[in-house]
Design a protein around this ligand. Structure first.
Ligand code: ZN
Length: 487
């Protein structure tokens, strides 16, 4: 080893201890918060930004720029207590849409109308916040999600086609109208505004997970088997997948799920009869792959376009919480694959509402693919497979998941991410839960943020929206960031 090599090696070793605690030590960690237009309108842009910097050293704003959903847009949802800031009133007339200004030239190749959100007439959240953020050295990311109201003009020409049952509330990712809608939005945000990057999220899964209800939603009945639209049928034929067999397979899987949900026990049990269907109809899995490929192509094309338009700005994805619960869904979220078309991932690692959600997931799969087990066994299996362990089922919703879950899920993401993709765990602050379920306390936030950095996170993203967070909980995140000595 020559002197130069030795010095380099020692520097790496000396930095090793530091790097373990302060990952990505070259650049300061991203400290972000998700925030919607209503908060700037209600509380004043300058005041909000000052408060966020002061309370939690926030350096990146994730503006909810497009959604028709209440998860990231609007004020606190009705029937949940209003936080200690903002207008003390519910916005029950919330509609959503594009909270900036849609520029029609970017949406020529899609049927989906680029609607400006009517909630704040004449207000453009990016145009308003960007200069105020710049003045304070804060970055601005556009944060938009795969939630389009079914009555938006042109949505019907993009909607997923289900095999049977109620129509899908989602647009097919393979339909060119959908693809060009998202690509148009990427181009619109990057060309119309000097923002620092984009984050997009899609909280849904393919037909297999849907039919098994392998998620934490409250859908008591079987989920939709989609998509069987013309574009998906054509893609299947091109791949040599037998469409009729796929339809027959999903029809039989749906019938199986309906039977198991009634509490009926086949002589061979739920799991074996499920697996038998997979063996008889491998087209079930082929269609699941086909569904995921359309979504992955969406990520790839958005990434490609964003890098072509603005090579130095980042684009990444919000990864749905179901990644923590369902092994089916987790298997489809391959961090190594993501690293090829993502600058960062916001992995949802919400531990506080996570208890309630995991309990619901277990109840769902216990009425389908894991019906052979007791609920406690279904939870134990889930813990083992997902590689974290926490409370027993009867204590889970009230206790939430511990910070150890945040640590483990962060570490797993870092291990899978490779060297270029950043991992910014989503930390939950005051996400609504049932009255008897875990509520956010300052110490919980402190522990979760600390655990994320201990797991090697390159930043944290306080979620879901400022308008539902209590200030003492935001301050606790700030304390954790200061104590971790990362900001
Ligand atoms: Zn389709």
């Amino acid at each position: 080893m020559d002197r130069r090599e030795f010095l380099q090696t020692s520097a790496v070793l000396a930095g090793g201890a530091l790097a373990a605690r302060v990952p990505n030590a070259q650049s300061p960690p991203m400290v972000g918060i998700q925030i919607g237009a209503v908060s700037f309108q209600d509380e004043g842009t300058e005041r909000v930004l000052d408060a966020l910097q002061e309370m939690a050293s926030i350096n990146t704003l994730f503006l909810a720029t497009f959604t028709y959903g209440r998860g990231i847009g609007g004020r606190q949802i009705p029937n949940q207590p209003l936080p200690d800031h903002g207008k003390q009133e519910y916005d029950s007339g919330f509609r959503g849409g594009n909270f900036a200004t849609p520029h029609p030239q970017y949406y020529r190749n899609t049927s989906i109308a680029p609607e400006k959100a009517p909630d704040h007439p004449g207000y453009d959240v990016i145009a308003d916040v960007l200069p105020a953020a710049r003045k304070r050295g804060m970055k601005v990311m556009c944060w938009f999600e795969d939630v389009i109201a079914a009555d938006v003009p042109g949505f019907d020409k993009a909607r997923e086609v289900v095999l049977s049952g109620p129509p899908s509330t989602f647009a097919c990712s393979r339909n060119p109208n959908t693809r060009h809608f998202w690509l148009g939005m990427v181009e619109d945000y990057l060309r119309s505004y000097d923002v620092d990057g984009l984050m997009w999220g899609s909280e849904r899964q393919g037909p297999l997970g849907n039919v098994l209800v392998a998620n934490h939603g409250t859908a008591g009945n079987g989920g939709r088997a989609a998509c069987f639209c013309q574009y998906c049928l054509d893609a299947a034929r091109k791949d040599g997948i037998n469409v009729d067999r796929a339809k027959e397979g999903y029809a039989r899987l749906s019938a199986w799920a309906d039977t198991i949900r009634t509490g009926a026990k086949p002589a061979d049990g739920a799991f074996v009869t499920f697996w038998r269907l997979l063996v008889k109809y491998p087209e079930i899995l082929a269609w699941e792959r086909l569904w995921n490929e359309a979504l992955n192509d969406t990520y790839r094309e958005m990434y490609q376009l964003a890098h072509q338009l603005a090579p130095t700005k980042g684009i990444g994805w919000h990864i749905w919480h179901n990644n923590s619960f369902s092994w089916l869904y987790r298997a489809e979220q391959d961090y190594g694959d993501f690293s090829e078309y993502s600058d960062f991932l916001k992995v949802v690692i919400y531990n506080l509402c996570g208890g309630e959600r995991l309990a619901q997931y277990v109840r769902n799969v216990n009425r389908s693919v894991l019906a052979d087990l007791t609920p406690d066994q279904a939870l134990a299996l889930t813990y083992d497979v997902q590689q974290y362990h926490d409370q027993p089922l009867d204590a889970l919703s009230a206790a939430g998941l511990a910070a150890d879950y945040v640590f483990r899920e962060t570490r797993r993401a870092i291990a899978g991410a490779g060297t270029t993709m950043k991992i910014w765990p989503g930390i939950d602050i005051d996400i609504p839960t049932a009255q008897t379920s875990k509520k956010t306390r300052p110490d919980d936030v402190y522990q979760a943020v600390t655990a994320a950095f201990r797991g090697g996170a390159h930043g944290v993203l306080l979620s879901r929206k400022y308008s539902e967070m209590r200030l003492d909980n935001i301050r606790a995140a700030g304390r954790a960031i200061r104590d971790a000595k990362v900001a």
